[in-house]
Write a protein that binds this ligand. Sequence first.
Ligand SMILES: [Zn+2]
Length: 284
Amino acid sequence: MRTSSIIRLTIAFLLLGGIWVAYTQMGTTPAKLDTIKVKDDLFVIHNNIVPGNSTVLVTNEGVILVDDKFEVDHDGIMAQLKKITDQPIKYVINTHHHADHSGGNAKMQAMNVQIIASEQARQNMVDGKQPGLPNIAIERHAHVYLGGKNAELYYFGRAHTNGDIFIYVPADRVLITGDTFTFGKETPILIDYAGGGSVKEWTSTLDAALKLDFDTVVPGHGTVTTKAELAKFRAGTVTLRNRIHDLVGQKKSHDEIGKLMQTEFNWGPLQMMMSLDGAMAELR
Ligand SMILES: [Zn+2]
């Protein structure tokens, strides 16, 4: 390896360490939370950008909660929940393994809550030595029945990670997307290649989700929105993928493509470190 590449690699690792510190530090102070009523029995515990949204499905036999934010947000979630219902949480579903969606798992399990995730997301948590490993893992599809209600879980393939699941509540015509969709961004915010993500497969994963019958969408981050916005975002995944594919085909360098990603798609340091090499290798 040439000295310049070694230096570049060293800087990359230093930067990566710094970014991860910054990223994990986001979970050191509780986020300011509020609750949005989406349907009579479905609420979103929302906050500004980070951590991820939490969705509450209330039944007369307990609550199904999708995503439990960072560990530090646990008390905040419980306080918001108290405003909605006296029912205890029975199940937490993690849309994927990232700590801003699954960080509260251990505290939930201490309250006798069962955690559900995809097998791939669970494996990522094992690999990352994350606390609060899911008790139940699904491969492709599952139903969670509670108090006469039904939440459907689907794994449609890789996108933001290799373990993203969609949660569909047919009676409410609501789809919860995790970070396969972040409202307010036109294209994927982060392709986590270390976590098995794929910009190439992202579009087909969303295509499968869009076949479901729903009209309201709870994104991984951002405000509750519509199926039409999800379809628009799906088009953005194609734009991003095609652009990188074309640039790689034109034999543009790593740095040139990185610069264009920053100006055209608003990529920051996190995307540069976690998404650029993987996307270039995948679309070569
Ligand atoms: Zn994520």
